[in-house]
Design a protein around this ligand. Structure first.
Ligand code: CP
Ligand code: NVA
Length: 302
């Protein structure tokens, strides 16, 4: 059976640590294999992307393979061809499918009918490749990811949910500050609580208190553009600014998956300041996704 990567808990903690080791070797230029030689990755994008698209395409090429960019305007999926049929047909041509889409159910449907690995490039529910890149950044900057304390400030969105999934796998301490009505997914929170100390609070300062990693994301995610005005009101006190960063630990770093809105969820002097690691974080998308593809599509053992 082919393995998919739809959510962080699809990998065990040991497997993720092994992916980090491979990604570090790739980053250092020490990984010389070409596990995707002669292989193709179909990349379906139902939403926009800079980082995900470029890092997967370049990463596939660097591992010896070839990637196809498929937008709804290019493929029949955009004209209503069933996901199941698309999955079965693509599986006859390519060796892996990366998809960015809306409903998480759609990626589960794709994975069910595909006979090649399916990788989640973001759904409304989760963004697992991003949070693995974030954890890799934490490991490179601060050491053991399980030993750090994490703060999430803002929307209980796909990124927040992926952090909750990461807490579940690694058992770390995560505090999320979300306004009422913008909390993360209940079922993911309930599962994480069995293994980790995860709290949802209202006060951003409380979440930031003593945190080693402070994270945020846009107030309106892709597909929520029409809610922007209401959200600006709801998130008014949730900007990660210099004052909030003073509540974090001395060694604290700031992460943001990008794209960012300076002056909304993050102040310019934080994202462009000395604690920010957002460019390393963006670079790590390339390394971790290469490690994931090498494992799922290229036979690399993890
Ligand atoms: N962080 C992230 O996934 O960026 P893109 O939307 O540009 O792919
Ligand atoms: N939460 C954001 C992440 C973008 C990478 C979104 O879904 O639009």
């Amino acid at each position: 059976m082919e393995r998919d990567f739809l959510q962080i808990p699809d990998f065990s903690r040991d497997e993720i640590n092994s992916l980090f080791d491979i990604a570090d070797r790739m980053k250092a230029g020490k990984y010389k294999k070409r596990p995707l030689e002669g292989k193709s990755l179909a990349m379906i994008f139902m939403k926009s992307s800079t980082r995900t698209r470029v890092s997967f395409e370049v990463g596939t090429y660097q591992l010896g393979g070839h990637a196809l960019f498929l937008s709804p305007r290019d493929v029949q999926l955009g004209r209503g061809e069933p996901i199941a049929d698309t999955a079965r047909v693509l599986s006859r041509y390519v060796d892996g499918i990366m998809i960015r889409t809306f409903a998480h159910q759609d990626i589960e449907e794709l994975a069910k009918y595909a006979s090649v690995p399916v990788i989640n490039g973001l759904t409304d529910l989760v963004h697992p490749c991003q949070v693995l890149a974030d954890l890799l950044t934490v490991r490179q900057q601060l050491g053991d990811v399980a030993e750090q304390r994490y703060a999430w400030i803002g929307d209980g969105n796909n990124m927040a949910n992926s952090w909750i999934n990461a807490a579940y796998v690694f058992g770390f301490d995560l505090t999320l500050a979300c306004p009422e009505g913008y909390e993360p997914a209940d079922h993911l929170l309930a599962r994480a609580l069995k293994k980790a100390r995860v709290r949802v609070v209202r006060d951003p300062m409380e979440a930031a208190d003593g945190a080693d990693v402070v994270n945020t994301d846009v107030w309106a995610s892709m597909g929520q553009e029409e809610e922007q005005k209401d959200r600006v009101r709801a998130f008014a006190n949730y900007t990660v600014d210099a004052k909030l960063m003073t509540r974090a630990s001395k060694k604290a770093i700031f992460l943001h998956c990008l794209p960012a809105h300076r002056g909304e969820e993050v102040a310019a002097d934080v994202i462009d300041g000395p604690r920010s690691r957002v460019w390393d974080e963006a670079e790590n998308r390339l390394h971790i996704q290469k490690a994931i593809m090498a494992a799922l599509m290229g036979g690399e053992s993890i």
